[in-house]
Each structure stands twice: as structure tokens, then as C-alpha cells.
Ligand binder design. Structure first.
Ligand code: NAD
Ligand code: MG
Length: 395
């Protein structure tokens, strides 16, 4: 067995800690090259003690200095770096075999792209990378030959249900549709009149999954599913019409692939991200993920309904952005990040989130994406317009 050396970007988050949980079960297979976090010094320090990485990266210098102090009292050789350039450095370092991309938001793009350009195996949890810069990122993956393993549970399920070595041609492989499942989030049955007043904590109380706050809000608005439609477009070369969202409240089927002969392949499991993480880490082998076996008798019933686009305008906006192509998905993502942050700060209401996004998509022109500069310019413009809308809605 060949040891794999792993960089975990965003190691203190929900996906990051689950990744380290799987790694801890298989010390004979995986070693940790670098751990990175925004500013959670204490947790990052504890992770350094447990996994003894060569590097630890924090975003700002005061946090890095504090981590250096803590490490000075140990006999660890972990070197502390800081800033965005350091994230890229530990993603492309020659010693690294695989990079877990688990930073939240557009901030995850630069180091994930650096890993792709360096030909690393990429475990992609950061869906924003694809939404923002799908063509730039996929081109880098193709050019370098990076193995790309989707970690988002739905995309991991689709990856498993497609033929091994799928080459990006749905038709040639006899696929008629990708069926992307969605739980419908905590507000699936909330009366529409109450949605205006829901709080951040209510939005973050997901019925099936425990996740970071940003993606939890996205699940409540179903923007998460919208971003996942765009993610599936890039990963599997599927058009908007090839991807059908299916609301499945139990979150047992993580997605399905429908074939022209009438077969439908699905991947099932308990809602625990350690399953797709373990699959990505050990692919094409299977390893224990610490996840309990699925008890079908306990599940007993599974339901499926069509998504309600009136209740969840964010889902329509995402399809609209995917069809508009170019910089539209990136602007959708940027506007959503600004709106969700404002909602979590209680500056705008839950139903204002799609209003902010729609205003941004209405106001800004869509241009073709030829390179990263186009992506970053559109992202910045969308953030500016979204921030203005937030202020206008705030009163
Ligand atoms: P989280 O908020 O729990 O963790 C985010 C991590 O990124 C933390 O380690 C944080 O320190 C770091 N970080 C935050 N901002 C940063 C910045 N500006 N620069 C550098 N590092 C920064 O988020 P999460 O729920 O683990 O989600 C991570 C990614 O995985 C997201 O893109 C999300 O969409 C995706 N994802 C998560 C889940 C899940 O179950 N949590 C499922 C599917 C996909
Ligand atoms: Mg998902």
C-alpha cells in the first residue's frame, strides 16, 4: 500500500474535521502534509498535535503568531505559514499526493486551482470553485491530468452510479438523465407566510445533515441545490436539461443516474459525509469510514416530490444563471455569499436572499469567461451590487 500525503484545506470546518476523522482510522494509508484554517487557532493547534503536519496555515498574521506560540511549547516540527499564497504553496508542494478542498466560499478557488495546475489528486468539496470558474478549473484538471473526486454527497453518488472511467459524454454512455436529490431543507413545509420571519438558527437547523452555517442557509433556500446543478454541469458535462432535481426528504438516496434502457442506478447511505470522503481518499478501493451500516428497515419509507420553484426562487435563479452561462453562475454565487452573510448577521430577511441575487443578475451584463481575470472581475462587481442591495433592503 502506498502512503498518501494529504493537504486538508479548511481542516477546522465540518468537512475538514470529518476528513481528519477518516484519516485517523487509516494512519497506515494517509499522512497529513498541511492543515489550514481561517482563524480557529485552538482547534488547528489540537489538530497539529494529533496529525503532526509539516505545515499549518492561517489566514492572518496575528492568528499565525498565536499558533507559533502554542507550538513552541511542544516538540512538533510543524511550520506555521500565513496568507492566501501559503494556501497555494501547500496545495502544489511536490510532497503532496492529494488535496482536500474544503474551504467554504469563493476563497477556496485559488488554492484548489493551484492543486489542479500541479496535477494533484483533488477531493472537491468546495463547490464554489466550479460554480465560479468551472471552465478554467476543468481545463486545468484536463491539462494536468489531476484525478478529480467529487466529495459533495450528490456528486459523489453520481460519480459512483456512472460507468467507471466516465469520459464526459452522457449520450455515448447511455445516460438519459441525472437525478439530483435534495432534502428540501428545514423549510420544506413551512407556511410561506412564515418564511419572511425565520431566523438564522432556524435556517441552520438542517433535518438530516450537520454542516457549516453558510451551506446550511443555502440548503434552507435550496440555493445549495442550485449550486449543485451547476457543479454537476461541470463535473459530468451535463446541460441544465440533463439534470432533474428530485426532493427526497429522507436523504438516504444521495442521487441517481437514469439510463436509456430503463435502468436507474442510485447510491444510498446514511447522511454522513465520511462516506464520500473515504471514497475519495481511497478510490478506487473502499475503506471503513466509521459510518454505521444503512438499516433499510429503519428507513422503511422513501418519498420523492418535484421541487417547488415558487417556494424556492433561488433554485430557479441558479438554473437561469447556468443557462445564461459565462460569468452568470459566478455572479449568482457572489451575490448569494453576500446575501447569506447579511442574513446570518440579521441585516436582511431570509426572503431577501433571492431578491438580492435577482437584482444582481438583472443589473450586470453576462460576459464570456476566457480566463480567471473575467471570473474575478465579475465576482467583484456582483459583490459590490449585492452589498448595495443589502443596504437598500436593510431599512
Ligand atoms: P465550514 O464553515 O464548516 O468550514 C470552512 C473551513 O474553511 C474552515 O476550516 C474555515 O476555517 C475555512 N475558511 C473559511 N473562510 C476561509 C477563508 N476566507 N480563507 C481560508 N479558509 C477559510 O464549511 P463546511 O460545511 O465544511 O463546507 C466546506 C465546503 O464544502 C463548502 O464549499 C461546502 O459547500 C462544501 N460542502 C460541505 C458539506 C457539508 O456537509 N458540510 C457537504 C457538501 C459540500
Ligand atoms: Mg450536497
Amino acid at each position: 500500500m502506498v502512503m498518501q500525503s494529504i493537504t486538508v484545506l479548511g481542516s477546522t470546518g465540518s468537512i475538514g474535521t470529518s476528513t481528519l476523522d477518516v484519516i485517523a482510522r487509516h494512519r497506515d494509508r494517509f499522512s497529513v502534509f498541511a492543515l489550514t484554517a481561517n482563524s480557529q487557532v485552538e482547534l488547528l493547534f489540537r489538530q497539529c498535535v494529533e496529525f503532526k503536519p509539516r505545515f499549518a496555515v492561517l489566514l492572518d498574521e496575528p492568528s499565525a503568531a498565536r499558533l507559533r506560540e502554542l507550538l513552541a511549547e511542544t516538540d512538533l516540527a510543524t511550520e506555521v505559514l500565513c496568507g492566501v499564497a501559503a494556501l497555494e504553496q501547500v496545495s502544489r508542494a511536490s510532497e503532496v499526493d492529494a488535496v482536500m478542498a474544503a474551504i467554504v466560499g469563493a476563497a477556496g478557488l485559488p488554492p484548489t486551482l493551484a492543486a489542479a495546475r500541479a496535477g494533484k489528486k483533488i477531493l472537491l468539496a468546495n463547490k464554489e470553485t466550479l460554480v465560479l470558474a468551472g471552465n478554467v478549473f476543468m481545463e486545468a484538471v484536463r491539462a494536468s491530468g489531476s484525478p478529480l473526486l467529487p466529495i459533495d454527497s450528490e456528486h459523489n453518488a453520481i460519480f459512483q452510479a456512472l460507468p467507471r472511467g466516465y469520459d464526459g459524454d452522457l449520450k455515448q454512455n447511455g445516460v438519459s438523465k441525472i437525478l439530483l436529490t435534495a432534502s428540501g431543507g428545514p423549510f420544506r413545509n413551512t407556511p410561506l407566510s412564515e418564511l419572511q420571519h425565520v431566523t438564522p438558527d432556524q435556517a441552520c437547523a438542517h433535518p438530516n445533515w450537520s454542516m457549516g452555517r453558510k451551506i446550511s442557509v443555502d440548503s434552507a433556500s435550496m440555493m445549495n441545490k442550485g449550486l449543485e446543478v451547476i457543479e454537476a454541469h461541470w463535473l459530468f458535462n451535463a446541460s441544465a436539461d440533463d439534470i432533474q432535481v428530485v426532493v427526497h426528504p429522507q436523504s438516504v438516496i444521495h442521487s441517481l443516474v437514469q439510463y436509456v434502457d430503463g435502468s436507474v442506478m442510485a447510491q444510498l447511505g446514511n447522511p454522513d459525509m465520511r462516506t464520500p470522503i473515504a471514497y475519495g481518499l481511497s478510490y478506487p478501493e473502499r475503506i471503513d469510514a466509521g459510518v454505521a451500516a444503512l438499516d433499510l428497515f429503519k428507513v422503511a419509507t422513501m418519498n420523492f416530490v418535484a421541487p417547488d420553484f415558487d417556494r424556492f426562487p433561488c433554485l430557479s435563479l441558479a438554473y437561469q444563471a447556468l443557462r445564461a452561462a459565462g460569468t452568470a453562475p459566478g455572479m449568482l454565487n457572489a451575490a448569494n455569499e453576500v446575501a447569506v452573510a447579511a442574513f446570518l448577521d440579521e441585516r436582511i430577511a431570509f426572503l431577501d436572499i433571492p431578491r438580492v441575487i435577482a437584482a444582481v443578475l438583472d443589473e450586470l451584463p453576462v460576459v464570456d469567461v476566457c480566463g480567471l481575470d473575467d471570473v474575478l472581475a465579475a465576482d467583484a462587481a456582483a459583490r459590490r451590487v449585492a452589498a448595495e442591495r443589502v443596504v437598500a433592503l436593510q431599512r
